[in-house]
Design a protein around this ligand. Structure first.
Ligand code: AMP
Length: 213
């Protein structure tokens, strides 16, 4: 098993964005496991497991730990390159299962203030086809208003960027996910924190940290 780097932080904290910037030109050197994306693939399958997982995702609840652990831990063990994981562990039970399976990751926590996170998510639009993110105002406007620069698809607002959904996810994060840091620290897992309030600083800090590992 290769080294595992957990990207930790509130949903919408910008983990995926920082990672895709860092990986530009280095895609061959790393594996990336995004549990959200993995579950979206599971959704396509007509198995009992996928139907069970889908019912939780559709009601914006965390999928039960036994399902997640079964899917994710095997993938991590099978990794042949250093692997970044986004979206796991999200509960103390998942963190304990990970440690129990002998996976001692490096953890990078992305910190962002709730108010800033809410403001960013209300400003975000995304291409439903290729996933490229844009902003309604500010720094990443599409060249042609409302359409993706890369593939020309009409941009949409994701349901999980709506205020009520974001607030609910923050509540779940605080209750279920944040306490993981304590469990990992007690197990002597290395935890680094990057303040993602300023994308420029965070981008540089993230690259510097990864290059030093
Ligand atoms: P995401 O795109 O990472 O927010 O994930 C989308 C949905 O997948 C979440 O709302 C959860 O229902 C489910 N999910 C993703 N990661 C996990 C996890 N580690 N544990 C439980 N459910 C998860």
């Amino acid at each position: 098993m290769k080294s595992v780097i957990v990207l930790f932080g509130k949903p919408g904290a910008g983990k995926g964005t920082r990672l895709s910037e860092f990986l530009e030109g280095k895609e061959e050197q790393f594996d990336v496991l995004s549990v959200g994306t993995l579950l979206k693939k599971v959704r396509m399958k007509q198995t009992e497991l996928s139907q069970k997982a889908t019912s939780y995702m559709d009601s914006d609840k965390l999928v039960p730990d036994d399902i997640i652990n079964a899917i994710v831990i095997e993938e991590l063990k099978a990794a042949e390159k250093p692997v970044f994981i986004d979206g796991f562990p999200r509960t103390v039970a998942q963190a304990e299962a990970m440690l129990g399976a002998g996976i001692y990751p490096i953890v990078i926590e992305f910190y962002i203030d709730d108010d800033l996170l809410l403001a960013r998510s209300s400003n975000r639009i995304v291409c439903p086809s290729c996933g490229e993110p844009y902003t309604l105002t500010g720094f990443k406007l599409p060249k042609k208003k409302g359409f993706c620069d890369k593939c020309g698809t009409a941009l949409i607002k994701r349901l999980d960027d709506c205020e009520q959904v974001v607030l609910n996810r923050l509540k779940v994060y605080q209750k279920e996910t944040y306490p993981i840091l304590d469990v990992l620290a007690k197990a002597n897992v290395q935890i680094y924190t990057i303040n993602n309030s300023s994308p420029e600083l965070a981008r540089a800090q993230f690259a510097e940290l990864l290059n030093s590992l």
